[in-house]
Design a protein around this ligand. Sequence first.
Ligand code: ATP
Ligand code: MG
Length: 415
Amino acid sequence: MLTQAPKGTQDMLPQAAHRWQRIEQSMRDVCALAGYREIRTPIFEHTELFQRGVGDTTDVVQKEMYTFEDKGNRSITLKPEGTAGAVRAFIEAHLFAEALPCKLFYITPCFRYEKPQSGRLRQFHQNGIEVFGAKDASVDAEIIALALKVLRANGIDGLRLTINSIGCPACRKAYLEKLRAYLQPKLPTLCKTCQERFDRNPMRILDCKEDADKLTDAPAMLDNLCEDCASHFEKLQDYLKALGIGYEIDARIVRGLDYYTKTVFEIITDTPDGTPLTVCGGGRYDGLVEELGGPATPGIGWGMGIERMIMVQDMRGIAPEAPEALDAFVVTMGDEARLAGVKLVDRLREKGVKADLDHAARSMKAQFKFAGKLGVRKVIVIAGDELEKGVVKLRDMEKSEEKEVAMDEILEAFE
Ligand code: ATP
Ligand code: MG
């Protein structure tokens, strides 16, 4: 137990650090170019926020939350996703009173008590975007374009973008009646979860993997949109076309929460064993800010699984190279030389040269071997007798060449 990480968690080991840093940096760069600012919200929130903000008929809230009571008897939940916290902060800090739209991004761990399997962790990480106060479909297209840019910046291309519209409270009411009328006679043949969803969230029944075959002729929200929602969906497609972004319409995507409205989308890749892997999912939630106690404000966002990005990179043999660990390694011989070495390494670092020296009092031979293991190209040798003359030896490890350089001029070798 002591040396085993909890089920469903993964370490980011130093070998993979550059991959994570690159993904995170690309997210920051892409977002900065489009005027998005970073937001960091707590890892935990009041449980009620997620019950209301994610929706208590969802799998996430019903089965997957890490919920516990803290010492003050408050019910606390580790964030299963990023939207609810961002909405809470938007309301609490009165960001709605500033210039809108408010465009935000985040990079955050998320926690879901899932059955650990391929692509499903209990602690995973998301890049995310939320935009508040913009109702035009141009922003729907913008955030989709940004998701694709982040993926492309990491070598991930050619994924499938699927879009759908799940309408608004106005058109959905009539649609849900139609849907219930369609489902009612089939109900006894459907799975238990679907039966439970019938009253409160019948759209989610269409999402059921078990019963999908029985429901192929179900009425689709997409065919029952009101004029406003239909025109929004048309405009989204116009913008996507203008941006040269290919898409498929998939009437089966439902993110069946009451306050999800209009656009929903997923960015998916097919895996070698044929099961689709969703890398990014998002949608519009024009009712959510109000539902959580803020002024009526449209919103839209997405979440992108970072571990899933890395899975896709691995599947496609994309292996970003690690940057060189060090520019210089200082090998020393004797106490006096070591003292000079400590000073030199500090000076090199000050000038932006990545440098290190032996901290294990090893022999010179062992120090060279270590530098070789690190793949360092330049080794600086400081030995007692040369030190008196104020010189060091600079060794090019690749060419196996060595020359004497005045200690004061060593920095020039790294310019
Ligand atoms: P799924 O249908 O796969 O369960 P979801 O609808 O629960 O996905 P979202 O809430 O939309 O997923 O989360 C956004 C993204 O976060 C997903 O597209 C996926 O890339 C990633 N993600 C979600 N759950 C996990 C998990 N348990 N482990 C790793 N990544 C995850
Ligand atoms: Mg899920």
